[in-house]
Ligand binder design. Structure first.
Ligand code: NDP
Length: 246
């Protein structure tokens, strides 16, 4: 097994949107290795262009909720980098709105499968390597949403999505409590100009989401870079205002 002194990141859903932008920003930093997860890496032009430009970006096949896929990706990280320091479960879907009484169960299941179980399966595959991070501060930054916050924001029409993110927020608290060294946090990136964010804006008759991808990435990375067990772990950071308040 080879090992490196670089900080090693694994990002799911890194072929477009926030995940791709996170991968690009981290890859441009010195001394990083970025494993960029995608369902079909070979078919992803933008990710392959990024990897061609930055040899420290390694695309890996990562389908949310697929145990074999996730375990193979982590085995590849262990073999090529020998360590994992920061896990960013970012892959997500939001594709149904409507009253709960007529929401198809298939929609509930699919959102829970990708947004919640996708996180669990990824953590289960990665936890041994992550918890052994030589930094002594293994970090998970789950990309969540205020739509999964019961207290701060409550959107009745997005039951499949909101409940999937609320469950994941709970799991972040669980990980904080059960792993003394692990920094586990949930981050709402703002309403961002990606396929998902702009799709939501369109539904509301708006031209685009208000937050640029660059601004969202800046906010996410400030939280990750400055994370400590005491200040950050078990917290939900709402970056809407980018004021840093948990
Ligand atoms: P995009 O729709 O632009 O990107 C979603 C990413 O998730 C894509 O890479 C997509 O891959 C991947 N993905 C979806 N389903 C699966 C799956 N089954 N297996 C593996 N990968 C999958 O969304 P964003 O970049 O905006 O969203 C990133 C995260 O941020 C999500 O978790 C989202 O909930 C959260 N978020 C976004 C907000 C916004 O305003 N944009 C607001 C709050 C939270 P593929 O191309 O293969 O579909």
């Amino acid at each position: 097994m080879s090992s490196t002194n670089a900080t090693v990141y694994l990002i799911s859903g890194a072929n477009r949107g926030l995940g791709l932008a996170l991968a690009a920003t981290l890859a441009a930093r010195p001394n990083t290795i970025v494993f960029a997860g995608a369902r079909d890496p070979a078919a992803t032009k933008a990710l392959n262009e990024l990897a061609a430009k930055h040899p420290n970006v390694q695309p890996v096949k990562l389908t949310a909720g697929d145990k074999a896929d996730n375990e193979a990706a982590v085995a590849q990280i262990k073999k090529t980098a020998g360590r994992l320091d920061v896990l960013i479960p970012n892959a997500g879907i939001m594709k149904h709105h409507g009253p709960l009484g007529i929401t198809p169960l298939s929609e509930m299941r699919e959102h829970w499968e990708v947004n919640t179980l996708g996180f669990v399966v990824l953590y289960q595959a990665a936890h041994e390597l992550l918890l052994a991070s030589p930094t002594g501060k293994p970090t998970i930054a789950y990309i969540s949403s205020v739509m999964g916050s019961i207290g701060s924001y409550f959107h009745t029409t997005a039951a499949p999505y909101g409940s999937s993110k609320a469950a994941a927020n709970f799991l972040v608290k669980v990980l904080d409590a059960e792993q003394p060294a692990l920094i586990a946090m949930a981050i709402h990136p703002g309403w961002v100009q990606t396929d998902m964010g702009n799709g939501g804006a369109e539904l509301m008759g708006k031209k685009e989401a208000p937050v640029t991808v660059d601004k969202a990435i800046e906010g996410i990375l400030v939280r990750i870079d400055g994370a400590t067990k005491e200040k950050s772990s078990g917290r939900f950071f709402n970056l809407v205002s980018h004021d840093g308040n948990p």
